[in-house]
Design a protein around this ligand. Structure first.
Ligand SMILES: [Zn+2]
Length: 294
């Protein structure tokens, strides 16, 4: 696409970075069948989010260090998986993950979807994933501290998974999916599914070619970053317009949004942004401001 050459204005953030929709696949409880099948999951070559229950011995498995190296997210599913917590059990899981695997924890998943974790997450994380199914829309009022997700029934078919993604895509929204484990595991994963059904589904999603598949932290940062920028009223100085924002608490560094304008020159920190021929400018959320000039 050619660089827009109209009059400066009409700043628009591309929904889901320009994809038709988005999906995040999450795995809870550090279950053995996730570990046993890690190589096949990783071979799909898409980033996943693994929510570790750190009190389980499986959380010591070296597979999680590989998951970090392979670009997957490790998130917090608490140490003890209780429906109640003062925050200490959540913090114990963060400490375990950060010290053992050398990553920062940005998101959590509430054990049993318990509502007590809404306020615990608000003071610690970017997002808390819940357990009720719904779609998440650009700039909508979905609670980031009780983010919806789809939990497949036992033995869910590939077609059942596919339906969840195609409906998200046709609505231009984001779906998160929670798989507890696969048939054949040794630790009683909740509602396990056949590995083959899941692998085939992810291949179908990839083949669509226009669905953003990424971790909860990556898509979540885009979703919350877009909401932040979209809520800003720019200030005018001469012929320049400037948007200034403050990122939400517990926001990961190094995140970007893709935007369009009808024309003009976009700058951040005095640096002119380059137009990407795929149809966008990429803006750094860390900069905290964006200026549009003639
Ligand atoms: Zn769980």
């Amino acid at each position: 696409m050619p660089r827009p050459s109209g009059s400066p204005g009409n700043l628009v953030v591309l929904n889901w970075a320009g994809f038709q929709g988005a999906v995040s696949y999450t795995f809870d409880d550090s279950n053995s069948s996730q570990i046993q099948n890690y190589d096949q999951l990783n071979a799909l070559d898409v980033p996943f989010t693994f929510y570790l229950q750190t009190g389980k011995s499986e959380s010591n498995n070296p597979v999680w260090q590989r998951a970090v190296a392979d670009g997957h997210e490790l998130g917090n599913h608490t140490k003890s998986h209780s429906s109640n917590d003062s925050g200490a059990d959540t913090d114990a899981a963060t400490q375990f993950i950060e010290s053992k695997f050398g990553v920062k924890v940005w998101t959590m998943a509430a054990p049993n979807g318990s509502s007590v974790y809404g306020n615990i997450a608000r003071t610690r994380f970017l997002i808390n994933r819940g357990v009720a199914n719904a779609l998440i829309g650009p700039n909508d009022s979905t609670d980031p501290f009780n983010l919806p997700c789809y939990i497949p029934p036992t033995g869910a078919s590939t077609a059942m998974f596919d339906d969840q993604v195609t409906s998200a895509r046709s609505a231009n929204k984001w779906r998160t999916v929670l798989v507890h484990g696969f048939t054949g595991g040794s630790d009683g994963a909740y509602q396990p599914v056949q590995l083959r059904a899941f692998l085939d589904h992810v291949q179908h999603t990839k083949a669509l070619g226009d669905v953003w598949i990424d971790s909860v932290v990556n898509i979540g940062a885009y979703w919350r970053g877009q909401k932040t920028l979209s809520s800003v009223t720019p200030t005018t100085s001469g012929s320049d317009r400037t948007w200034r924002w403050t990122l939400p608490a517990h926001f990961p560094p190094g995140k970007y949004l893709r935007v369009k304008v009808s024309g003009g020159t976009l700058k951040q920190g005095g640096r002119t942004l380059q137009w990407n021929d795929h149809g966008y400018y990429e803006i750094a959320l860390d900069e905290g401001s964006l200026t549009l000039s003639p």
